[in-house]
Ligand binder design. Structure first.
Ligand SMILES: [Zn+2]
Length: 197
């Protein structure tokens, strides 16, 4: 019916149509080769895999998003139990809305960034997404790290402390990835005698 549309108009309309018709999440990933890699994952002297700067990174630069499946705390606890251990906070990232990002599933390289007591990076949440950015100027070759500040409400048993021992080796090392307990929640004591009703 309308065979002769101007080329520019039809081109514009076509690209828009293609975008609208493509379900989000299934679009082809943009080529990453154009951008020089900022970091690489390799064995860390501190623990397991680590993430290392491939070039100098200035303070404040956003390095990577912390990706992974978004789940509830109930699901996070269930998965931890399934693996037979305490909740593995080292792959879980708590969100302000009470949910958790499980970096162990559909996660990216950010999950390999190790903890340090005196870190060169910091994680922050923005609109429900978590990003790691440089806290100070970082040299090429430096291992990236941030303070996990793991919060465990339950008692910090020797076993738990051993599991989350820190070997970052910085002078300020506290020896643990666990954040000091801030809240002292009073648990109801079932045996308390003389409780008034
Ligand atoms: Zn440490």
């Amino acid at each position: 019916m309308n065979p002769s549309v101007s080329p520019s108009t039809s081109k514009h309309a076509a690209s828009r149509g293609a975008h609208a018709g493509t379900p989000s999440g299934k679009t082809a990933k943009p080529a990453r080769q154009q951008k020089a890699a900022v970091y690489e994952v390799r064995k860390s002297p501190v623990h397991g895999n680590g993430v290392f700067a491939l070039r100098a990174i200035p303070a404040g630069e956003r390095i990577i998003e912390y990706r992974g499946e978004r789940i509830t705390w109930d699901e996070a606890t269930r998965r931890a139990a399934e693996r037979g251990g305490p909740v593995n906070h080292t792959f879980y990232f708590s969100l302000a809305d009470g949910n958790v990002i499980d970096g162990g599933r559909r996660g990216n390289d950010a999950r390999w960034i190790n903890h340090a007591c005196e870190p060169n990076c910091e994680a922050y949440e923005e609109d429900g997404r978590v990003y790691i950015h440089a806290l100070r100027d970082i040299d090429a070759g430096e291992e990236l790290n941030y303070n996990y500040a793991l919060i465990y409400d339950e008692r910090h048993t020797p076993a738990l402390k051993r599991l989350f021992a820190c070997r970052c080796g910085t002078p300020a090392c506290t020896g643990t990835m666990l954040a000091p307990k801030k809240r002292t929640r009073k648990k109801p004591t079932p045996k308390s005698a003389g409780a008034s009703t």
